[in-house]
Design a protein around this ligand. Structure first.
Ligand code: PRP
Length: 180
């Protein structure tokens, strides 16, 4: 389990990723300005958030949440709970939710509702990868790194059985059982 080996097909090279993250960092800096809080959704977003923060040219603060979902089919049929709350006070703050991937949209939708309840003044969403074909809920994602229609993706924070998060590129892992 700790040393998964599957055939991997390149979807995004490290160079493509770094170029796009650099663009996003400059765009978000320009459009949202300083004094925002980057709120990463653990675990997957930690790699993207680290690169995005360093690509921004305004000071930002950073925090993380961790969500857990229970149910037959992971998030899509389950109940979501927050197992790690933000440590910064978000009341009155401008927050950028940083995700590695938006799939059905249920995780982000749930988190946006929670953040509104915490009194955030403005909340925007930035996802490294968007899979719009899998969306189950109407959702506006303000900043998207890449739109990828299909495939079980790993690398750059994305995992399969907790493996492959460390890879600097994104790959489609060829499985017998496909998730998307
Ligand atoms: C992934 C991803 C999002 C969520 C997206 O997290 O990081 O949080 O699923 O799915 P949705 O749009 O269908 O709700 P995952 O549960 O795999 O946890 P991880 O980040 O710890 O890998």
């Amino acid at each position: 389990m700790s040393n998964e080996q599957h055939p991997l097909e390149v979807v995004l090279t490290p160079e493509q990723i770094q170029a796009r993250v650099g663009e996003l960092g400059r765009q978000i800096s320009h459009e949202m300005g300083k004094d925002i809080i980057l709120l990463g959704v653990l675990k997957g977003a930690f790699v993207f958030l680290g690169d995005l923060a360093r690509a921004m040219n305004v000071p930002v603060r950073m925090d993380f949440v961790r969500l857990a979902s229970y149910g037959a089919d992971s998030v899509s049929c389950g109940t979501i709970t927050m197992t790690k709350e933000p440590e910064l006070d978000l009341k009155g703050q401008r927050v950028l939710v940083v995700e590695d991937i938006v799939d059905t949209g249920r995780t982000v939708r749930w988190l946006l509702d929670r953040l509104a309840g915490m009194g955030a003044a403005e909340v925007k969403v930035c996802s490294f990868i968007d899979k719009p074909e899998r969306r189950e809920l109407a959702l506006d994602i303000d900043y998207v790194g890449f739109r990828v229609p299909q495939g079980f993706l790993v690398g750059y924070g994305l995992d399969y059985n907790e493996c492959y998060r460390h890879l600097p590129g994104v790959y489609e892992v060829k499985l017998d059982r496909q998730r998307g």
